[in-house]
Design a protein. Structure first.
Length: 348
């Protein structure tokens, strides 16, 4: 049974994406150490990755663990969308000898970390000052597209859980319409994630190659980004421009939907690598390009998260809240929708 005692340290924290899993030990309240990044392709199962992490760090017995994971959560069974791992949360808890194993969506975890991020790890891109007691929106391209938010709640914040990365992509000009037609011919429904992700960068580039009557064989997103950022290839640079435009439109839609006057935060692994280009890209113009609501959006600040491991703070807060004895619901509880962490929590 989870004791919730303050001396129950260290606690195991995780942030698992489609390509990499980041693990750490919280050795005291807010003290996060021994961070390691392990490629998911190297391990047959989550258990294997966790065992290797604990072996590498030489950790003594860990009783309590929480993991943010890039996947919807709905009950005990988890089959990852962008990774080969499939497992039972309860079976993993038992196999690892844990008293507590909590899972929550990785962007729910990142949302919970937003109030804790220091100003030096945020780069503001346009807008004014954030309004207090207003929702915070979060969007981030990586292996997929994560979306979440924090809304004010008595005594703190409540994280929203959803599948916003899979809303329909809406092209805004003929160039984007050509990309949409190319993607629709291959996949049918074209979600925002189809374009706003690592694979999406490759897909946009392929669409532009077909438009120009050239071979549309896929290229690695890292190659496309490097060529575009260096100015060595006009099509690669156009790919990055379309990516930033589409992200601006998606972020603006999210801000309008949530009334996110507290700010829009950009996470994920892709945009920080575009630093220098992204700030000068059409992103901000497209963020504000909403007709009668352009003035509303012009005031909303956008922050690029530059922290190395920001989600781990949110995972730690979620686990601490779970273990803390109390009689009232916590202000950091997430929604119990299928993507919410509480639907996937399993503990002794």
């Amino acid at each position: 049974m989870s004791t919730g005692l303050p001396e129950a340290w260290p606690r195991l924290l995780g942030d698992v994406g489609g390509s990499n899993a980041r693990f750490a030990l919280e050795t005291g309240p807010g003290v996060i150490e021994d961070i390691l990044t392990l490629p998911t392709a190297r391990y047959p199962t989550l258990e294997d990755a966790l065992r290797d992490y604990l072996a590498q760090t030489g950790a003594r017995r860990v009783a309590h663990a929480a993991i943010g994971i890039a996947n919807p959560l709905n009950g005990d069974r988890v089959t990852m969308t962008n990774c080969h791992w499939s497992f039972s949360i309860e079976a993993a808890r038992r196999a690892l000898g844990l008293s507590t194993l909590l899972l929550l969506n990785d962007f729910t975890a990142l949302a919970l970390a937003l109030p804790k991020l220091p100003a030096k790890e945020l780069m503001q891109i346009g807008g004014g000052a954030p309004r207090p007691d207003s929702p915070l929106a979060l969007i981030g391209p990586g292996t997929g597209l994560g979306v979440s938010a924090l809304v004010p709640h008595p005594g703190g914040w409540r994280a929203l859980a959803g599948e916003g990365g899979h809303v329909s992509f809406a092209p805004q000009d003929e160039r984007e319409s050509a990309v949409w037609r190319y993607a629709a011919a291959r996949f049918g429904h074209v979600s925002a994630e189809r374009l706003l992700s690592g694979p999406g960068i490759s897909l946009i580039h392929q669409a532009l190659c077909e438009r120009d009557g050239e071979d549309d064989a896929p290229r690695e997103p890292s190659w496309i980004s490097a060529q575009g950022l260096a100015g060595r290839d006009a099509r690669c640079r156009e790919t990055l421009e379309i990516f930033c435009c589409a992200l601006g439109s998606a972020a603006g839609n999210l801000a309008l939907t949530l009334g996110a006057r507290g700010g829009v935060y950009i996470g994920g692994g892709i945009v920080p690598r575009l630093s220098g280009f992204f700030e000068q890209s059409p992103f901000r113009r497209r963020f504000e390009d909403k007709g009668r609501m352009s003035g509303y959006l012009a005031d909303i600040p956008v922050y690029l998260i530059t922290s190395a491991y920001p989600a781990l703070q949110g995972v730690a807060a979620y686990l601490a809240d779970h273990l803390a004895p109390r009689s009232d619901p916590s202000p950091v509880d997430v929604s119990t929708s299928p993507r919410g962490g509480s639907a996937g929590d399993m503990h002794a």
